[in-house]
Design a protein around this ligand. Structure first.
Ligand code: PMP
Ligand code: GLU
Length: 397
């Protein structure tokens, strides 16, 4: 039987695929170092676990409202008021089953057939495929490594057409770790307001930032952009709660209402006891993040300094998230026992087979000359991985 046409538009998630492959190889007894997974290696804070366990014991095991428990939605409003000074009301919030699900529901809610969504490169692998599944058309805004993968507002505006419905902005970015400067973000606000397009503002890595001060949500740069802004985030990265599947959106009421309808007809509410954990997390805030950042930064710096000694590698310094995104095109054309390296997939295969190191190819992120290396693993494993990569590169001819 023929499957739906839309299935032919998409491909498996490269990040999920490499993580699954590394796990499967490890289960076979192969000593794989996993630099692929985009999930922090830290444990979920105990007070969050305790809140969920308590909820389970208290019998909080039934359905909630589809967009989440009222008290959780109110806690989200309080959180954004406290941390951003932004005023949102309950009807402008919705919880979903992870940030990925939040994004999917956003695209379900806002896209009609043929609507264009501008996606800056390099991009998180799921944006284009989600847009395609929802009947939209991804339009890529190319950036270059020379400009630290940051787009210019003038280049963004050139891509706006009468079919443009949204632009996706992810800062800090997965995979590059880059953070947009204030000037560009102000210009993004101007363009959104002028052309009446949504900004899907993915701030899931907002708390994982190595610069001074803290990062802000988009309306900080221009309060008038709020009606056009769909903030998407969650607890996967800043609370290391990837498996809990808690994501959220704050945005215009009509968008949130449409998302709630989609959710009500598809998944219903996020897991009830996970919502109780999320409630505790939002009330407390990520007070542990300073300690995590210290460790992430040391790991990032270790990798960046190691890259300086590895021939054929170059890398911009990421300012957030927990990825480095080196340019590996210097290895293209080189040979190893498995053949010639022609692209980022071959680099991934070479590193997996020779160094037993799992990384994600750059092609599915729209950056063919790169690979993504996640440093969400211990410093000793990072050191081991660096040594293995260096020795593997010695085999290239
Ligand atoms: N946005 C970006 C940029 C991501 O890297 C991820 C990956 N986890 C998500 C959204 C979704 O996160 P989750 O579904 O795990 O909450
Ligand atoms: N976002 C993470 C990553 O990029 C987790 C996997 C996924 O959801 O794609 O690796």
């Amino acid at each position: 039987m023929k499957l739906a046409d839309r299935i032919s538009l998409i491909k498996p998630s490269a990040t999920m695929a490499i993580t699954a492959k590394a796990k499967a190889m490890r289960a076979e007894g192969i000593d794989i170092l996993g630099f692929g997974a985009g999930e922090p290696d830290f444990d979920t804070p105990d007070f969050v676990k305790d809140a969920a366990i308590e909820a389970l014991r208290a019998g909080k095991t039934k359905y909630t409202d589809a967009p989440g428990m009222p008290e959780l939605r109110d806690a989200l409003c309080d959180y954004y008021k406290r941390t951003e000074g932004l005023e949102y009301e309950r009807a402008e919030t919705i919880f979903s089953i992870g940030g990925k699900h939040s994004l999917f529901n956003i695209f379900q809610a806002i896209l009609s057939e043929g609507d264009e969504v501008i996606i800056p490169t390099p991009y998180w692998v799921s944006y284009p495929d989600q847009v395609l599944l929802c009947g939209g058309k991804p339009v890529f805004l190319e950036t270059s490594e020379k400009n630290s993968f940051l787009f210019k507002a003038s280049d963004l505006e050139k891509l706006v057409t009468e079919n443009t419905k949204a632009i996706v902005v992810n800062s800090p970015s997965n995979p590059s770790g880059m953070v947009y400067d204030d000037e560009t973000l102000k210009a993004v606000c101007d363009i959104a307001i002028k052309h009446k397009i949504y900004v899907v503002w993915d701030e899931i890595y907002k708390d994982v930032y190595y610069g001074d001060g803290k990062l802000r949500s988009l309306p900080y740069y221009n309060p008038d952009v709020k009606p056009y802004t769909i903030i998407c985030s969650g607890l996967s990265k800043n609370f290391s709660m990837t498996g809990w599947r808690i994501g959220w959106v704050l945005g215009p009421k009509d968008v949130v209402k449409a998302m709630s309808m989609v959710q009500g007809q598809s998944t219903s509410n996020p897991v009830t006891f996970a919502q109780y954990g999320a409630l505790a997390a939002l009330k407390e805030g990520p007070t542990h993040i300073g300690e995590w950042l210290k460790q992430f930064r040391a790991r990032r710096d270790k990798l960046l300094s190691a890259f300086e000694d590895i021939p054929g590698l170059s890398c911009v310094t990421p300012m957030g998230a927990f990825y480095v995104f080196p340019n590996v095109s210097g290895w293209f054309g080189k040979k190893w026992s498995g053949g010639e390296i022609k692209d980022s997939y071959d680099v991934t295969k070479f590193l997996l087979e020779v160094a037993q190191v799992a990384v994600v190819p750059g092609d599915p992120f729209g950056a063919p000359g790169h690979v993504r290396i996640s440093y969400a693993l211990s410093m000793s494993d990072i050191e081991k991985g660096i040594a293995r990569i260096k020795s593997a590169v010695g085999e290239l001819s």
